[in-house]
Write a protein that binds this ligand. Structure first.
Ligand code: C5P
Length: 243
């Protein structure tokens, strides 16, 4: 059984978007688990599986398993239960899978432990009004994010949401201070956005209501990832110190 980490949750989550386990572990070894958590997504998990999660836990990191489950309630519950057994800190599902699916996922995780948090993805930031119309939804993306955010938090009782930093202040107003809001699409003021369309700085994301930010390439592709991660983490700390 993995041990429970009672230290305060880091506000920086580094996206380990690598194609193999050794590259991911090599990067993790250069980072400090007291400054950041790590996110494992589809490609890396398909290649490296739960063994990699164990290696990252052994290095002392909290892990966000970003697999965005979306299937019938029983199947999603089983996947989330299996994820909780690996001891991950965060696991996520698509809110559009519906209330019953999210409740089943949450109950399954709670059967295993009380420290794995379940987050919901509302509307992917790659989706716009046209994407929603293609799938039969006439609502605006913002209205749909609001509806799904309420479904996930107020009704299903999940711990938080993955959302764009642009949506964070609206979701805070709607849902209050309780839920964890995790926001990707973060860049330093002078950086390029890579393929991200709408980016925010770490400071503005936190001020908008984010609880934690996800940063990938600005850290993983930096000349010195440890230095880059420290800069992001210190910027986040300074926002909190100034409040
Ligand atoms: O390299 P970069 O900082 O853009 O990486 C962001 C990470 O967050 C990637 O793993 C990406 O898949 C993820 N993500 C995102 N936008 C979303 C949801 C997840 O960029 N809306």
């Amino acid at each position: 059984m993995p041990t429970v980490d009672h230290s305060p949750a880091p506000r920086l989550i580094v996206a380990l978007d690598f194609a193999d386990a050794d590259s991911a572990v090599a990067l993790a070894q250069r980072l400090d688990p007291s400054l950041c958590a790590l996110k494992v997504g589809f490609e890396l998990f398909v290649v490296a599986g739960p063994d990699l999660l164990g290696r990252l836990h052994d290095l002392g990191f909290r892990v966000f398993l970003d697999l965005k489950f979306h299937d019938i309630p029983n199947t999603v519950a089983a996947a989330c239960r299996a994820a909780a057994r690996t001891g991950v800190w965060l696991v996520n599902v698509h809110a559009s899978g519906g209330l019953q699916m999210m409740q089943a996922a949450h109950e399954a995780v709670r059967e295993v432990n009380d420290h794995t948090a379940v987050l919901a993805v509302t509307v992917l930031t790659s989706s716009d009004a046209q994407t929603l119309r293609e799938t039969g939804l006439q609502r605006s993306p913002e209205a749909h994010v609001r509806l799904l955010g309420n479904l996930a938090i107020a009704q299903a009782g999940l711990e938080g949401l993955v959302c764009s930093a642009q949506e964070a202040s609206m979701l805070r107003e709607e849902l209050g201070s309780g839920p964890m809001l995790v926001t990707p699409g973060i860049r330093l003021p002078d950086a390029t956005g890579d393929d991200q369309r709408r980016v925010m700085t770490p400071e503005s994301a936190l001020k908008a209501g984010a609880s934690a930010i996800v940063v990938g390439r600005p850290i993983t592709r930096a000349a010195d990832p440890a230095v880059a991660a420290t800069e992001f983490a210190h910027r986040l700390e300074r926002v909190f110190e100034s409040h």
